[in-house]
Design a binder for this molecule. Structure first.
Ligand code: DC
Length: 222
């Protein structure tokens, strides 16, 4: 039996990967993997257990043993449980994002999360979003998209997203954090953020969610 098809959507934070991945998965009836959530969960679990964010061995143990459940609330919004507790809001804070970026730079953590990520590949197919879906985790994906947007637009989108959830942040601080995180994700030595050689580049600046979704769906149907 051949493996279920995978659509890999990679790109920097705030490029709209999560939203687009969700729309494409819904349209095709595919499963969805939000791989960034696994790094966020690892960082969050570490903080709760008092594990330092540079203790690679202890963090890999946490990653390997994550008790996580993905679901959605009544409005169809993503909901994530850690050890049976709804941690969705805490997962989306910039603090957790910054922690995720740190633990994601550790090879033992990335290795520990490989099997967990690959287990999401089931019929009829999977849409996986992250930084290394097309380069590492699903290097054989049938479609690889590298989604970008200008840094200013990404900060603006994140700002609105967080504000909509009642989380208070300043746009300037957010811009600085996004740029710092981009730099760390792109410059790290293990699995740096970069497009796969066979990825299709998609700049979503100035495009609507529907427009971007339809471009990806057209590519998927090719
Ligand atoms: O997509 P996100 O903002 O939820 O990701 C959180 C952090 O996890 C981000 O700084 C980069 C890292 N990450 C990664 O290294 N590899 C992935 N496949 C997904 C996320």
């Amino acid at each position: 039996m051949s493996a279920a098809p995978v659509i890999a959507i990679d790109g920097p934070s705030g490029s709209g990967k999560g939203t687009i991945a969700r729309r494409v998965a819904d349209a095709l009836g595919y499963h969805l993997l939000d791989s960034g959530a696994l790094y966020r969960l690892t960082a969050l679990a570490a903080r709760r257990r008092g594990v330092e964010l540079d203790d690679a061995a202890a963090l890999a143990d946490i990653a390997r043993g994550l008790d996580v459940m993905f679901g959605s609330d009544a409005d169809g919004e993503e909901q994530i449980w850690l050890d049976g507790e709804d941690v969705t809001a805490e997962l989306r804070t910039e603090e957790t994002g910054a922690g995720a970026s740190r633990v994601a730079a550790l090879q033992p953590v990335r290795k520990a999360l490989l099997d967990l990520q690959r287990a999401f590949r089931k019929p009829p197919g999977l849409v996986a979003d992250g930084r290394d879906m097309g380069t590492q985790v699903f290097a054989d994906a049938g479609l690889k998209v590298f989604l970008t947007a200008s840094a200013a637009e990404r900060a603006e989108r994140r700002y609105k997203q967080l504000k909509g959830k009642g989380i208070g942040v300043s746009l300037a601080a957010l811009s600085r954090e996004i740029e710092a995180r981009d730099r760390r994700d792109a410059e790290r030595t293990v699995a740096p953020l970069r497009p796969a050689d066979d990825a299709r580049m998609l700049d979503s600046s100035g495009l609507s969610i529907d427009e971007v979704t339809n471009i990806v769906l057209d590519w998927a149907r090719e």
